[in-house]
Design a protein around this ligand. Sequence first.
Ligand SMILES: *Cc1c(COP(=O)(O)O)cnc(C)c1O
Length: 412
Amino acid sequence: MPVTQTLEADVLRRQDPELAEILLGELDRQSTTLQLIAAENFTSPAVLAALGSPLANKYAEGYPGARHHGGCEIVDVAERLAVERAKALFGADHANVQSHSGSSAVLAAYAALLRPGDTVLAMGLSFGGHLTHGSPANFSGRWFDFVGYGVDAETGLIDYEQVHTLARTHRPKAIVCGSISYPRHIDYAAFREIADRVGAYLIADAAHPIGLVAGGAAPNPVPYADVVCATTHKVLRGPRGGMILCGSELAERVDRAVFPFTQGGAQMHTIAAKAVAFGEAATPAFTAYAHQVVANARVLAEELADEGLAVITGGTDTHLLTVDPAPLRVDGRTARGRLAAAGMVLDCCVLPHGDARGLRLGTAALTTQGMGEAEMARIAVLFAGVLREDIEGKKAREEVRELTGRFPPYPG
Ligand SMILES: *Cc1c(COP(=O)(O)O)cnc(C)c1O
């Protein structure tokens, strides 16, 4: 069903034209600009339908078969289905699909394993750690004692020796692996070994790569980590939300850490939409998608390097890449502004060597639209041309419109 049908189909338009205009405006923005934000994607109309369903009305505190509210017999089936699909997809003994977001999944993982004041070793925020990995502005930094590991200043790669040394020195209760901008596969076995040597729990925050894991295009952290936290809305292409995977011995602690410790009623419409997304992710079409996402990111990285940008770590294994635009004599923030004006939407990010901001790009959304290597090459030329200012802004914007016109995220 075309997405606009939900809107045009009247109800909202008639009752609240002001808001309907806003939704259509956003749909138009998403359809006519290039979504290069590495954390974004386009969910399917089926996922959107579940999100907009009457399951949104249902209160369901607790877990299937053990709710604090009546009338949960049908939503219980939806949650059981989501849990079973997640377990099968990732080979996990246990799945909790209730976390409202990636951050609340991480909060619950900490609540399951740690006490306030415990030491945690995670990637430092200035190297690509997430807010929940010890930012002083976040619960993580306020309630736990975080120690940060970095990446090698030359190669941009995780220095597993350094992680081991820090673990031996600080004896953390838990080690977190996962990042918002690391473009390479994470060596979960190496992290497991370090955690075992110092008696720490291993928490994998796989918010970014979990969709690639589902499609067999990235290593699975489940066999290695005590607890895996993830989002369902990045490469995985589901609704905005979180999820936790673990072994059966931690199942009860994890479940209690989600509800009642960190949240109340589960969002049953979102859980149903997660079930739809897990179903989609189990298909051969999604496996092909995940591999195409990586192939596209590789081409984008190569072509941007050819255009003179400095690609951090020299390339990517995943859906995301980070680049330093400095060789084109433009800083990250200015670059983001120029690209936005041309209709190329992306984020700034930290760079492994110093204070300057780089740019983070991802190919999950473009690939969902059906773009392939040829389009990536064209985007790279346009990207660099905009940064060098040898393509006029208006001309670049027209090219983006032409490209997005051929690959509508929601055809029809
Ligand atoms: C995206 C992300 C999160 C948080 O997800 P939200 O749903 O935005 O709260 C946590 N950790 C990592 C590594 C992420 O990339």
